[in-house]
Design a protein around this ligand. Structure first.
Ligand code: HEC
Ligand code: HEC
Length: 333
């Protein structure tokens, strides 16, 4: 393989350390996911209700789950999302599964954590199009919520801080352990077949792990999209530079998690790669200067599909009914 850039050289150096012989599981650049430990089940339950409650939107129709559908890998499987009034979103919705493991939230990392992130969509005119004040007014007018906030936070006064805190607590439970790859990492040699293993070896030895590493197989850094070859995007999103203002951060995006990637199509920040095969081919060429054969792409894809873990399973939350004084939704303005 030809080393073409400095960052690539670093990438390859990292891979050499991790690659080569089949190391003991604990030495792999990817670690097994641990099931979430729930310390405050009542808060998680409240956060789950809020995640599913469309009354946090102006239309009364869009919930977090509309765009991060937990029946579909925590994503909407659309190129870019549909927001209030059927507005076309500017960017692909990343999965909320395992997002608690990421260094920061959003493609450009503008929110430091899940709590800071959760206020964003409610007040985003292109998403739920509400305001924090109105969302809190709605919740405060619903006796079932008032009682639940009181029991979780010790006070019947609801505010946006508590709302985002509860949503974040729920999201922290959305981890997906026990994938075939995790079983292999823990020593179950039969958990992967020969083709999947060949795919992992290729993934590791060709340098994908320089960016896609850690328990989430991503989410640990911001990296340029298009290192060896530029990425031709139609979307105006410029990535990390929007946060740091530094020119060197232009077109750097948070490396997405590859956990459950089989479920979270289409791919990339603009959703332009419809299939996993396409995404792997683009990554090989643009990030590593490597053109994989059809067979090699197939092997890597077979490996990536072993990253699908246990999806969060729970009873659909029953939301407390609105009261006569609850402000009514305004879906068409
Ligand atoms: C209209 C669709 C839509 C709705 C509704 C929505 N989101 Fe998102 N969400 C997105 C999009 C698009 C992004 C990526 C935006 C970006 O990176 O600039 C995103 C990003 C995120 C992320 C960051 C994930 C990551 O890997 O960076 C989290 C977490 C998240 N949303 C949670 C929520 C929560 C909680 C709610 C409800 C309060 C919500 N979303 C409502 C579309 C939506
Ligand atoms: C230099 C860092 C880097 C390397 C090396 C790299 N990736 Fe990526 N990968 C990224 C970034 C950054 C993105 C997001 C790009 C975007 O959305 O514009 C990404 C996105 C992806 C996606 C799409 C995920 C999604 O949810 O949208 C897949 C699949 C993927 N990479 C697989 C690979 C494979 C396979 C390799 C090795 C051939 C690889 N990557 C090598 C940084 C890297």
């Amino acid at each position: 393989m030809k080393v073409k850039t400095t960052s690539l050289a670093i990438a390859l150096a990292l891979t050499t350390v991790a690659g080569g012989t089949w190391a003991a599981a604990k030495d792999e650049p990817i670690q097994a996911l641990q099931a979430a430990k729930v310390t405050n089940p009542a808060k998680v339950e409240l956060g789950k209700k809020l995640f599913f409650d469309p009354r946090l939107s102006k239309s009364g129709f869009i919930s977090c789950n509309s765009c991060h559908n937990l029946s579909m890998g925590g994503s909407d499987n659309l190129k870019t999302s549909i927001g209030h009034n059927w507005q076309q979103g500017p960017i692909n919705a990343p999965t909320v599964l395992n997002s608690s493991l990421a260094v920061a939230q959003f493609w450009d990392g503008r929110a430091p954590d899940l709590k800071a992130q959760a206020g964003g969509p409610i007040a985003n005119p292109g998403e739920m199009a509400f305001t924090h004040e109105l969302a809190v007014d709605v919740l405060q007018s619903i006796p079932g919520y008032v009682a639940e906030f009181k029991s979780v936070y010790g006070s019947a006064r609801i505010d946006i801080d508590k709302v985002t805190d509860a949503i974040a607590a729920f999201e922290e439970t959305l981890v997906t352990p026990n994938s075939p790859f995790d079983k292999w990492l823990m020593g179950d040699e039969k958990a992967l077949n020969a083709r999947e293993l060949a795919g992992y070896k290729l993934f590791k030895d060709s340098g994908c792990v320089a960016c896609h590493n850690g328990p989430a197989v991503g989410g640990t850094s911001f990296q340029k999209m298009g290192i060896v070859e530029p990425y031709k995007a139609k979307s105006p999103a410029e990535g990390r530079v929007a946060v740091t203002g530094k020119d060197e951060d232009r077109f750097k995006f948070k490396v997405p998690t590859l956990r459950n990637v089989e479920l979270t199509y289409p791919y990339f920040h603009d959703g332009e790669a419809a299939t996993l095969e396409q995404a792997v081919d683009v990554m090989g060429r643009l990030q590593l200067g490597r053109k994989y054969s059809g067979e090699e792409v197939g092997q890597i894809v077979a490996f990536l599909k072993t990253l699908t873990g246990d999806q969060p399973l729970f009873t659909v939350p029953l939301l407390p009914p609105s009261s006569n004084s609850t402000p009514r939704p305004t879906p068409f303005d």
